[in-house]
Design a protein around this ligand. Sequence first.
Ligand code: FES
Length: 334
Amino acid sequence: MSAYRRIIVGAHGSPTSAVAEEAAARLANQLGAELVLINVGETGSGEDILRAAANRARTFGIEAQTLHRVGEVAETIVSAAAELRADLLVIGDHGMGPDSHFSLGGIPSQVAHHSPVDILVVRTSDPTREHTYRRALLATDGSLTAHQATRHGDALAQALGAEVALIYVGDELIGDIVLRDTAARLDRDGIERILAKGNPAVQISRHAGDYDLVVVGNKGMTGSRRYIQRIVPSRVAHEAGSDVLIVRTVSRSFFDLRPGEGAVVEVDGEKVAAYLHDDGTTYALSARCQHMGCLVDWNSRARTWDCPCHGSRYEYSGAIINGPTTKPLPPVET
Ligand code: FES
């Protein structure tokens, strides 16, 4: 399964936009994904910009779709991403400089906060930078949503042939357990583990300089709970020296699932293990492991439901792959 199937990127005719477009085209080429170039502006004004952007994408072997829309830029790009069922929105970091850490006024920040899809923030200050991802740093705080983000980041790294490292910021004892557990879940050899102390956003950003890509969830990384949930991904997106992938791990509903994707979603306050098959069939199962009731976790690589507590594993249909459970995940009415 490709990590991303449809990538969307804004084409605005500026040098920084060109950097983001090229990063998106390169990634689309590496993943075999479709690329959509969107220009938002006055009627008819974007044709030349889109033509130039499409030509640039062609140099990466990508025949991109182009789209011109009129409207408020951030809102229009976000709604187009949802409408086109894009998996990934690529944006440049223009407007996200160190002087505007918590300013949400810039377009990239608005997009980052409201996007219905994953966001790749591309550093645009050095136009010669290649945006090829060979080393990825996956941040975790041990939460369920962080596990989703690290799984997703790992699937992308695998697709790109990149090495991964894990970072946890906080208590040493807990961090050691979280890092070992996360590394075991990723089922890969030789994962570097980084345990840091201090402010999670600062530490993750500091270590990011040694990597090409940092992966964070759009919720989580709460560290000692002193940090408001959205601040860490937001600050890392602003401050890290590397490109930053913000994985959307919250607010998923049944209707957000993409073909081949599963997630634990909430339906009427109940946790449901939901999966949308490539053929359009949806599966809705109890997300409670039938061994002792832990919440199962979607494994995007194997397309299975895995229980983090004692290792039970279920097919996407709920059938048992291995115990200790002796019962399949039961279907639920939605
Ligand atoms: S609760 Fe899931 S394996 Fe034990």
